[in-house]
Write a protein of this length. Structure first.
Length: 89
């Protein structure tokens, strides 16, 4: 690679970097950043609403499962008591 090619690549990179820095700090770019950040916040709110709904449903399911297990345990205890009474006679 010749020195002129290396020099051209360096100059092109410097110009591209300077232009990119100006472009990224422009007023229009800042407006775009604000819109992207606002969309991200809206998305976060939506996701958090969905998560809250899922958590509430999971809590309801868990409470129902506990009630079902307690009822089953009570029924088994009652059947065990009846079996003991029948064997003692």
């Amino acid at each position: 690679m010749s020195i002129y090619t290396k020099l051209a690549c360096f100059a092109g990179g410097t110009l591209f970097g300077t232009f990119g820095l100006k472009l990224l700090s422009s007023r229009d770019a800042k407006k775009a950043y604000v819109h992207v950040a606002a969309a991200g916040l809206r998305m976060k709110d939506s996701v958090m609403g969905t998560v809250t709904c899922v958590q509430e449903n999971a809590a309801d399911i868990l409470a129902s499962a506990r009630d079902l297990n307690e009822a089953r345990a009570a029924k088994e205890a009652e059947e065990a008591a009846v079996d003991l009474e029948g064997k003692e006679v």
